[in-house]
Design a protein around this ligand. Structure first.
Ligand SMILES: NC(=O)C1=CN([C@@H]2O[C@H](COP(=O)(O)OP(=O)(O)OC[C@H]3O[C@@H](n4cnc5c(N)ncnc54)[C@H](OP(=O)(O)O)[C@@H]3O)[C@@H](O)[C@H]2O)C=CC1
Ligand SMILES: O=C(O)CCC(=O)C(=O)O
Ligand SMILES: [Mg+2]
Length: 744
């Protein structure tokens, strides 16, 4: 091997980006001294936006398209990427980013909601590349392997998190459609030979419009299409609003408007329109003039009506307040600020929001800042039913006990934009009544759906190689951990039925003797997994992409209190490694707290675990001995970090993210001082370990003493790097100790 590949550490958004200002200098000090190269690439929302408009920026302002570079790298053996969570931007977040960058002197155009000419269409298309889940599908060139390592499970048993109690009388429940949804309309096919597909809308008046053509498909690929009826969705929402009022429970909506960036904002908009129907109908003219877009939520209403006369504005606000008296109470995101569940499509994201509700006794926050039973509206039946199953289990058996419960690791299908991940460019908001037809080059019809104006139609693709790889990964994980594995697939769903055939075929290629591998419908799989978890037994969930997302927040949040502590590896299909940090997102609430009181409660354990796995990969794949030494020592340090409970506290003045990084550095240095495989590293890190131990109390005082006042880093999406670094590195003593080791 001529050159050892390097580790790429990603710069992202919000809390993990802040944490990086403190952690990266520590990582650099350790890896530099061992000759392991770590480079950064910026895939933050701001950088991705800026990369779209090089011609409008000065040479100093221009940024490279790092995401495109990493997307390419992810298809190679050399890939060794540590991926921190990033914002998958909703419309309002994208617009806020553009505004912030414009304010910093970047000549960016406004986002055109309804482009009027070709130039505006091009601008919208460029921005839309940075919108929604734009990073993960590009980098995830492999399937997902997420689990809680043994040390983490032991930590949760030793320091259990709080779980809200459950009552058998809880009125909380999940509401889903019973017809007219994606689940009920799905059609699926396996492609016999590679070719191109065409998607057309045959209108009632006899004309045909092409929605997409030249859509490449591979042999053996599973394709499917489904539609969501807007009329049936509206009727369902209307009934559920009434029902929530009757039952006296909070109304809440749980979607994935970020990852499902085309379909779910439309559904979100429909719910906003139904909930606020009377007001929106009464003021339709004024709201259209103001440019209000229901898909952007009620927050957009309040900001767009600022352009109206004071009289119009007050009338609309008064009518909204009056409407709240008629409607059921709404689940709140922030009751102090009056932010409801329907304010911003990215405030309540199902993977994190449903587990939080289950952890909090099945309740959500009401306008009086109290927890209350809630109706969780999850329109589509493909995935809604699993949550009802957990709710029923908790009502019957009470909350789960983190000190005794088993674990549900996940092997998830997601490579090469599998399933809904690849639907973004094949999802259409239907403009006129007609039939959507998908045909191949021979003219054969694969799918046909009757649709009405306003419906959502979407198509997904799942390539064969990722399915094979996923089955292999599941068998390997079952074997390595001697744990039963369940494929969560529903024979009554067209797509899943095709996957079941493939799974059965590919399982036959493996030695499965002695393994317990089952295929069960999601609700049954959930019940079996919950029964086992209550007995302290582990069960691997082997799922498609959406359930991967949902379950890898749900189980960690129940088992560990957070998904931040997950080991989250993506073995890339061409041999490289993508090491994700935890299974959660970029924790916007943590940034709010940081800005207000200079305390960052972000838990970087996910980064620590990912770094150890990345170093180990470098050592084992490319024979880099020093990387292996660093990896083993970091592994030990992680164990000690957990055992000593040095995770950040939630309270200002106590140990925060920066203090936890200090302890990691000290334990890592101690482990390197204790090893005997590399004498040079031993000497170097013995010095650092001694210094850090000696100065522990001064450093902690410097770190915790900096807290308690507001911080200004001049930007949210694109803060000033120097100010952010200063804020995140307030201990002169620690900085000097690290500089010493970096010099060697
Ligand atoms: N891999 C990725 O790139 C992902 C990105 N996202 C993006 O993240 C953003 C926020 O999404 P959201 O649904 O709010 O989910 P998050 O997981 O970011 O946050 C929900 C809550 O989880 C807890 N949490 C998550 N990570 C940590 C951590 N490392 N340390 C401590 N607590 C943690 C926090 O709870 P508490 O406040 O109680 O401390 C937090 O408020 C969105 O923009 C979304 O698109 C989401 C998921 C994955
Ligand atoms: O890509 C996204 O938007 C979210 C991804 C996510 O939540 C996950 O992978 O768990
Ligand atoms: Mg998720």
């Amino acid at each position: 091997m001529s050159e050892t590949p390097k580790i790429i550490y990603t710069l992202t958004d919000e809390a993990p980006a802040l944490a990086t200002y403190s952690l990266l200098p520590i990582i650099d000090a350790f890896t530099d001294s061992a000759g392991v190269e770590v480079e950064t690439r910026d895939i933050s929302l701001a950088a991705r936006v800026l990369a779209q408009f090089p011609d409008r920026l000065s040479s100093e302002q221009r940024v490279s398209d790092d995401l495109a570079e990493l997307g390419q790298l992810a298809t190679t053996l050399e890939a060794n990427i540590i991926k921190l969570p990033n914002i998958s931007a909703s419309g309002p977040q994208l617009k806020a980013t553009i505004k912030e960058l414009q304010g910093q002197g970047y000549d960016l155009p406004d986002y055109p909601d309804e482009p009027k000419n070709d130039e505006e269409k091009a601008i919208k298309a460029a921005y839309d590349k940075a919108k929604g889940s734009a990073v993960n599908p590009v980098l995830r060139e492999g399937n997902s392997d997420r689990r809680a390592p043994k040390s983490v499970k032991n930590y949760a048993r030793k320091y259990p998190h709080r779980m809200g109690e459950w009552s058998q009388d809880s009125n909380s429940h999940v509401a889903h459609m019973s017809e007219g949804d994606f689940y009920g309309s799905e059609q699926s096919a396996i492609i016999e030979s590679a070719g191109k597909l065409k998607i057309e809308l045959k209108q009632k008046d006899g004309t045909t419009s092409v929605l997409k053509e030249g859509l490449a498909v591979q042999q053996g690929e599973v394709v499917d299409a489904a539609a969501m009826s807007s009329a049936k969705l509206r009727a369902f929402i209307g009934r559920e609003i009434e029902d929530a009022k009757q039952r006296g429970v909070l109304f809440s909506l749980h979607l994935k408007a970020t990852m499902m960036k085309v379909s779910d904002p439309i559904m979100f908009g429909i719910v906003v329109e139904e909930f606020y129907k009377d007001v929106l109908d009464k003021h339709s003219g004024a709201l259209a003039d103001a440019g209000f877009n229901p898909a952007s939520g009620l927050g957009d209403l309040y900001s767009s009506i600022e352009t109206l006369s004071a009289e119009q504005r007050d009338a609309i606000k008064a009518d909204i307040d009056a409407l709240y008296k008629e409607r059921p109470s709404m689940a709140m995101v922030n009751s102090h600020k009056g932010i409801t569940n329907l304010h911003v499509p990215s405030d309540v994201i199902i993977d994190a929001s449903m587990p939080a509700m289950i952890r909090d006794s099945g309740k959500m926050w009401n306008a009086n800042d109290e927890l209350q039973d809630a109706k969780a509206v999850i329109p589509d039946r493909c995935y809604a039913t699993i949550y009802q199953s957990v709710i029923e289990d908790c009502k019957q058996h009470g909350a789960f006990d983190p000190t005794t419960m088993g674990s549900v690791p996940n092997v998830g299908l997601m490579a090469q934009k599998a399933e809904e991940y690849g639907s973004h460019d094949k999802t259409f908001h239907i403009s006129t009544d007609g039939t959507v037809v998908v045909s191949d080059e021979s003219g054969k019809t694969l799918f046909s759906h009757d649709v009405a104006a306003g419906d959502i139609w979407r198509m997904c693709q799942t390539k064969d190689a990722p399915i094979k790889d996923w089955v292999k990964l599941a068998v390997n994980r079952a074997r390595e951990s001697a744990t039963p594995a369940i494929f969560w697939l529903d024979a009554n769903r067209a797509h899943d039925a095709k996957l079941i055939d493939k799974v059965e075929t590919y399982l036959a290629d493996h030695d499965t003797q002695g393994l317990d591998i089952r295929i069960l419908a999601p609700v049954d799989a959930m019940q079996v997994s919950l029964e086992r978890i209550r007995r302290g037994e582990d069960t691997i969930s082997v799922t498609g992409n959406v359930l991967r997302d949902y379950l890898t927040d749900l189980f960690p949040i129940m088992e560990l209190g957070t998904s931040a502590k997950m080991l989250s590896i993506v073995p890339l299909m061409n041999g490289g490694g993508l090491f994700e940090t935890g299974a959660g997102g970029s924790a916007p609430k943590h940034v709010q707290q940081f800005l207000e009181e200079n305390h960052l409660r972000w838990d970087s354990l996910g980064e620590f675990l990912a770094l150890a796995a990345s170093l180990e990969h470098l050592g084992s794949t490319f024979g880099n001995q020093r990387a292996s030494v660093l990896a083993r020592a970091l592994d030990e340090a992680n164990g000690k970090f957990l055992d000593s409970n040095k995770s950040p506290s939630r309270k200002v003045g106590e140990l925060d993210n920066r203090g936890s990084h200090f302890y990691l550095a000290m334990y890592w240095a101690e482990a390197l001082a204790a090893q005997d495989q590399d004498a040079e590293l031993k000497t170097l890190f013995t010095r650092l370990a001694n210094t850090l131990k000696e100065k522990e109390s001064v450093i902690i005082e410097e770190l915790n003493g900096a807290q308690g006042k507001a911080v200004d880093i001049q930007g949210y999406f694109h803060p000033d790097a120097k100010l952010a670094s200063q804020a995140m590195r307030p201990s002169k003593t620690l900085n000097e100790a690290l500089a010493m080791v970096a010099k060697g």
